[in-house]
Design a protein around this ligand. Structure first.
Ligand code: XMP
Length: 310
C-alpha cells in the first residue's frame, strides 16, 4: 500500500464529509486513536475536538501522560471524568460479553451522547482497524468499537455519524502511517491496549479494588518487559484464589497471570521466551502486591487462546 497516498486521501475525505461541522474523537493514547487524532487535526484543525475519557479502567498515570504528550504536539486534549459512569455500568457483571457491552454502551450512548449534546458535534472519529472488524464479523469477539458491522446505526441511535479512517489497515499498517505522520516513537511503538482497557484483564467483576491490583501488576509487567520488543505484554487478574503464606500466616490470595506475545497483526501470536531470571523477578515483584500470592506465566499461543482474557 502507498501509505502517503492513503494519508492524503483520508485527510481530503474527512474534510469533505465534515465540511464546516464539528467532529469529536476520543483519544486513548494507543497508536490507533493517536493516528486518528493527528490525521483528524491535520484535516479539520479546530473543527475536531479531542477528548480523553477517563473511564477508571486506564493504566497508571495514563490520562495525564497522554494529555501531556499531545500538548507538546500543540493538540489540545480535554480530560473528561467518566469514572463513575463506567464503574456503575460494570457493577455486578461477570460475563465477558456483558462486560464488553457495558463499556461499549457507556461509551457510545452515555458519555459520548452527553458530549455530543453539549458540543453539537455531528461526527465521531474512531480508530477502528481491520482486525477489529474481522473478529467481530467472525463472531470471535465483540470488539468495543464496532457498530455498523453489528447492525447498529449510530446516527439513528445516538445522533452522530461514526467515521473510521483506519478501517482498511491492520496494526502494522497503522504503525507505518504513524511514522509518516511523525508521531513520537513512544506513541508509534506503543503496545496494543484494548478499548475496554483493564476491564479485559479482570476475570469476574470489575471493582475499584480489583482494578487497583491489576493496574499495579500491569505497571510492573510493562516496566520489566518494556525492552523485550515483544508485540504485547500484559497482566490479568483471575477470579480464583489460592492458598499461600505471608508473614508466617496462611493467606487465601489473588492470582495474576502474565502474558507476553510475539505477533505481527494480532491475528495469531506466539509466546515469547522470557529469560528465567526475568520471569523470577516479575513473579517476585507481582507477589509483593498486597493480597497477591501467585504469579503464573501463560504459555498458550493464539490460537487456541486469544490475547486478552475477556
Ligand atoms: P484478542 O484478545 O482478540 O486481541 O486476541 C487481539 C488484539 O486486539 C486487542 N483488543 C482490542 N482492541 N478493542 C480494541 O481496540 C477491543 O475491544 C479489543 N479487544 C482486544 C488486544 O489487546 C490484542 O492486541
Amino acid at each position: 500500500m502507498d501509505y502517503k497516498a492513503f494519508i492524503e486521501e483520508q485527510i481530503a475525505s474527512l474534510r469533505e464529509t465534515v465540511k464546516d461541522g464539528l467532529a469529536i474523537n476520543a483519544l486513548s493514547g494507543g497508536v490507533d486513536s493517536s493516528v486518528v487524532t493527528v490525521l483528524g487535526h491535520r484535516s479539520l484543525g479546530k473543527r475536531l475536538k479531542t477528548v480523553f475519557i477517563d473511564n477508571a479502567l486506564m493504566r497508571k498515570g495514563e490520562p495525564e501522560r497522554v494529555v501531556k504528550i499531545f500538548a507538546k504536539m500543540k493538540i489540545p486534549v480535554e480530560l473528561v471524568d467518566a469514572k463513575a459512569d463506567f464503574l456503575g455500568a460494570l457493577k455486578g457483571l461477570t460475563d465477558p460479553e456483558e462486560k464488553r457491552n457495558a463499556v461499549t454502551n457507556t461509551f457510545y450512548a452515555k458519555v459520548f451522547g452527553r458530549l455530543v449534546r453539549e458540543t453539537g458535534a455531528r461526527f465521531l472519529l474512531h480508530g477502528t482497524i481491520l482486525t477489529d472488524i474481522e473478529e467481530t464479523v467472525a463472531g470471535i469477539k465483540r470488539q468495543h468499537n464496532i457498530l455498523a458491522q453489528l447492525g447498529i446505526d449510530p446516527e439513528k441511535e445516538y445522533g452522530y455519524k461514526v467515521l473510521e479512517p483506519l478501517q482498511a489497515l491492520r496494526k502494522d499498517g497503522v504503525r507505518k502511517v504513524a511514522k509518516i505522520l511523525g508521531l513520537s516513537p513512544e506513541l508509534a511503538k506503543r503496545i496494543p491496549f484494548p478499548g475496554p482497557a483493564l476491564a479485559t484483564r479482570i476475570v469476574g467483576e470489575v471493582t475499584e479494588e480489583r482494578l487497583e491490583v491489576v493496574r499495579e501488576a500491569t505497571d510492573i509487567v510493562e516496566k520489566e518487559l518494556g525492552k523485550s520488543r515483544a508485540f504485547q505484554y500484559l497482566a490479568v487478574l483471575l477470579n480464583d484464589k489460592a492458598t499461600g503464606i505471608r508473614e508466617h500466616r496462611r493467606e487465601f490470595g489473588q492470582i495474576i497471570v502474565v502474558r507476553c506475545l510475539n505477533s505481527v497483526d494480532a491475528r495469531t501470536a506466539t509466546v515469547t521466551k522470557i529469560p528465567w531470571d526475568k520471569l523470577n523477578r516479575i513473579s517476585k515483584r507481582i507477589t509483593s502486591i498486597k493480597g497477591v500470592n501467585r504469579c503464573l506465566y501463560d504459555l498458550t499461543p493464539k490460537p487456541p487462546a486469544t490475547i486478552e482474557y475477556i
